[in-house]
Design a protein around this ligand. Sequence first.
Ligand code: FE2
Ligand code: FE2
Length: 204
Amino acid sequence: MAADNLPDNAVRAVLSDDELRKNAHEIDSILRSLKRPGIANLADWLKTTDFYKAPASTKYHLNHPGGLAIHSLNVYHRLQALVEAGLVALDPETVAITALLHDLCKANFYGTDTRNVKVNGEWQSVNVWTVKEEFPVGHGEKSCYYIQRYIQLSEEEYAMIRLHMGPDTGKYPDPFSACAAKFPGVAALHIADLEAAFLIESRP
Ligand SMILES: [Fe+2]
Ligand SMILES: [Fe+2]
């Protein structure tokens, strides 16, 4: 239970409409400034989804409308910082595409439902986040699929987005370690995602 006595997965309006619009505009402008063929079509499609209004999670980081856009911008800035620190060499276009779109699989992924919960001794109907997974092919996999319907990813970009959650087997070498050894951006995007989700972003 969170500090406001609502369930952790309660829908909380944290951002104003202006803030939602500003974050959406920032991501849209960065994407449209890129030279990658097809990027304008991808940006157009993004606007038809709930990407700019979706939460980043149901009950963990930034679980409020617009949380996914903030998370995507946070990862973008963390990945830029790793490049600026000289830890990894990545083209600015690669930084923008991989960071801003790594969680594209979460577009049209969250829904809401109501739940009766006791808040301060009173029963209340509360809106809660739910998941409506209609294409369960995997997290990074789905992001890559959506992106590649519009633009071509390089091998490194594909590996970065596909493996941004880190190792997914207990074996060595697993695809994450093998790809991170070949493409340093794989480790960098994973680090940027962890920094954003666990060190920067708010939780209920
Ligand atoms: Fe993710
Ligand atoms: Fe993420």
